[in-house]
Design a binder for this molecule. Sequence first.
Ligand code: PEP
Ligand code: MG
Length: 318
Amino acid sequence: ERERLARLRHTPAITLDGQKVELLANIEQPSDAGAAVHAGAAGVGLFRSEFLFMGREGKLPGEEEQFEAYKAAVQGMQGLPVTIRTIDVGADKPLDKVSRDISLNPALGLRAIRWSLAEPAMFRTQLRAILRAAALGPVQLLFPMVSHQHEVHSIVQQVRLAQSELEARGVAQGPVQLGAMIEIPAAAIMVRSLLQHFDFVSIGTNDLIQYTLAIDRADEAVAHLYDPLHPAVLHLVAQVIQTANDMGKQVCVCGEMAGDTAMTRLLLGLGLRSFSMHPAQILSVKQEVLRADTRKLQPWAQTVLAAESPAALLEVAQ
Ligand code: PEP
Ligand code: MG
């Protein structure tokens, strides 16, 4: 089976009815780029940059060190696009030493973009390092856990500031597209207005499920209730895909759902054409894509969406 899959590495990911699908890799370190290219990824859809910051005993990487890391990822991808997510620290990914106290309910606290906007100097250090790496290859900037309109304005302001800081220093920088993670229900519901300001969105289903269902994704006691097929979750995912497609904006799913072969046909049926996942899952998902016919999957996906128990319908062949 493994060898059969390996033969798909260079096969383009196109459905039976000719729909092109983009299969991207999630990476945590620049050195993961090798595995991504090897798996035939069309690029990196999610570089979880916080891994560069973790386990550092409070000594966070500066602009030069970050630049070297982003540069290594960009060069490792050999001209393929790299989407770098700004630091996403929080309950499940604590830094050894954060300059603020641990909050009462970390998943609902000062994490991800909230943390970056509370630490603008640190945020701009990261932005400058990423903008510099963008001079060396195609880079997209992705912001985690955006939900408020004022956050959007602050983000754009900080990016502009970082750009002018580099300009003032005469340092080379490249163009970047800006995107928001959709992983808070509020952001999914308001995706149309977020997309007025962003070039693309990426759906973080891991957190979207957690926040939609009020299930701590790290709590074993409620793990059986963490259900990617809950109709409410599917409705939010479907709505984000549809809205982005209607607006002609890129939309990707970069949570675990994207690498789950049981979900591939449903996501294709909902109109998704870009999936980002662990490199090890790319070939299995590609196999599903090659067997899929989106003309049949589209109406079927609507019945799944309308079902009380979508899981039962997922098994039915299309
Ligand atoms: C997600 O929430 O789905 C996601 C991709 O981000 P992370 O798993 O890093 O929180
Ligand atoms: Mg997340």
